[in-house]
Design a protein around this ligand. Structure first.
Ligand SMILES: Cc1cc2nc3c(=O)[nH]c(=O)nc-3n(C[C@H](O)[C@H](O)[C@H](O)COP(=O)(O)OP(=O)(O)OC[C@H]3O[C@@H](n4cnc5c(N)ncnc54)[C@H](O)[C@@H]3O)c2cc1C
Length: 421
């Protein structure tokens, strides 16, 4: 019978959330084991946007500069309709005066994961790949996880805490019995990473307005590389697994109405957009974080960033408790702080998404006719620019009204706990 592995924190899942949690626990010198059922960090680009709050967290790891060097700064937004430029809005310094990273960085999830994974390895830590959580139980001192590991050196991991960073189909969430309510958008979306020859410069997030939604082109690191995101019209009868790349290319060309030459296909996928969140982030000694706790539309590129910030919020609290510097009660503030954030996030991204892809005729009219000529003017207003950046970059998240920030007199406290993460 193999002996159980013992640790303080069991991290299930080594996507961006699990890796971010592991990095933070290294900073606090907390013992952990991180497992993932896959072979290694993802090769898929998936999430693209890295926002200011995440870069501030990366800065504490010494990774911000590397991320900026590897990525592309979205310099502007260019609006197109039927191949004609309707207008351009400067983005490169949109958050000036608000953050040391006053821009939106485009850097694929695979590269973010690799940055954090390399950081862990440089400090002598590794992920237990090909190791799958099968079940777990907890009592008042220990969480015991049963795992299936390829080398079978152990089948049980005993930890003081367990954090499910195991993605949208989270076994941890299911086992804890958390609700995951919300909705699924009717339309089928596509994403494709392509090399494109066309007349447009590679420094602008290029948005093509169409009656049925938008087709967005994100400049990716690498010459002429673009991420394209769009949707098939409602009523598509085909099963998503039967969609072939040629149908995606035809849809891009039909909706965008552009003269473009696609010279290489790096990756493509189709997906249904869901918007859901848990009813609580923790039960006893177990927690959920990242997509295990909330999934939402890709509008605003918040998914990966929010998972990294869940991890940031939880890590220092776990560290204080494990080092006997705080009562375990502090762990309840993880739920108190991150659940309202998840609720706000799903509501905001739904609104943004409905504007970009909604079928309502009035929304379509605003999107295609009223908004484009006004966009440049609206974003040139200082207050609007600031509000937009604070929202998208997640630097506006604070916990001033939450219990950790309350003084004994009961009044609101100072800054956001845990750097707002
Ligand atoms: C096609 C696509 C496009 C996307 N585009 C965007 C975008 O543009 N912007 C954006 O913000 N987000 C986007 N996302 C979402 C983004 O990828 C997620 O928000 C992000 O990956 C969440 O990270 P996570 O670590 O919480 O979960 P995941 O990345 O899902 O990681 C979970 C990890 O847990 C592991 N795991 C699961 N179950 C177990 C188990 N039982 N035992 C051991 N390991 C387990 C998995 O192997 C995986 O590595 C996209 C996602 C997809 C699929």
């Amino acid at each position: 019978m193999p002996t159980p592995l013992k640790t303080d924190v069991i991290i299930v899942g080594a996507g961006p959330t699990g890796l971010a949690l592991a990095c933070q626990l290294v900073r606090y010198d907390v013992d952990f084991v991180i497992i993932d059922k896959s072979e290694g960090v993802t090769h898929y680009s998936k999430a693209l946007g890295v926002h200011a709050r995440t870069l501030e967290i990366y800065e504490q790891l010494g990774l911000a500069q590397k991320a900026v060097e590897q990525g592309t700064i979205a310099g502007k937004v260019r609006l197109l309709e039927r191949g004609e430029v309707l207008g351009q809005v400067e983005l490169s310094n949109i958050g000036k005066g608000l953050s040391a990273y006053p821009f939106m960085l485009v850097l694929e999830q695979s590269r973010n994961e690799q940055l954090m994974y390399d950081w862990l390895k440089e400090r002598g830590h590794d992920v237990l790949w090909r190791t799958e959580l099968e079940s777990f139980s907890q009592d008042h001192t220990t969480v015991t996880a049963q795992v299936k590991a390829s080398d079978a050196a152990f089948q049980t991991i005993a930890g003081k805490y367990l954090v499910g960073c195991d993605g949208p189909h989270s076994l941890v969430r299911h086992a804890l019995g958390f609700a995951f309510e919300g909705s699924t958008f009717e339309r089928l979306f596509y994403v494709a990473d392509l090399r494109i020859d066309w007349k447009f410069s590679h420094d602008a997030l290029t948005v093509c307005l169409a009656p049925h939604g938008v087709v967005a082109f994100f400049p990716m690191p690498g010459e002429k590389r673009w991420r394209i995101v769009g949707a098939f019209p409602e009523g598509l009868e085909k099963d998503e697994r039967d969609i072939v790349y040629e149908e995606i290319e035809a849809q891009i060309k039909k909706e965008a109405q552009l003269d473009l030459d696609i010279t290489r296909v790096d990756w493509f996928s189709t997906y249904k957009v869901h918007t859901r969140h848990v009813d609580k982030f923790s039960a006893g000694r177990c927690f959920v974080a990242g997509d295990a706790a909330h999934i939402h539309t890709p509008a605003g590129g918040q998914g990966m960033n929010t998972g990294i910030q869940d991890a940031y919020n939880l890590a220092w609290k776990l560290a204080l408790v494990l080092k006997h510097s705080a009562d375990a009660q502090i762990l309840e503030t993880y739920n108190e702080e991150r659940l309202p954030n998840a609720k706000r996030l799903t509501a905001t991204t739904d609104r943004m998404f409905n504007f970009a892809a909604g079928k309502d005729w009035f929304v379509a009219l605003i999107r295609t006719t009223i908004f484009p000529p006004l966009a440049k003017y609206i974003l040139s207003i200082e207050a609007v620019r600031k509000k937009f950046f604070i929202l998208i970059s997640q630097i506006g998240i604070t916990y001033r009204a939450n219990s950790l920030s309350m003084h004994e007199t009961g009044g609101g406290g100072g800054g956001g706990a845990g750097g707002g993460g």
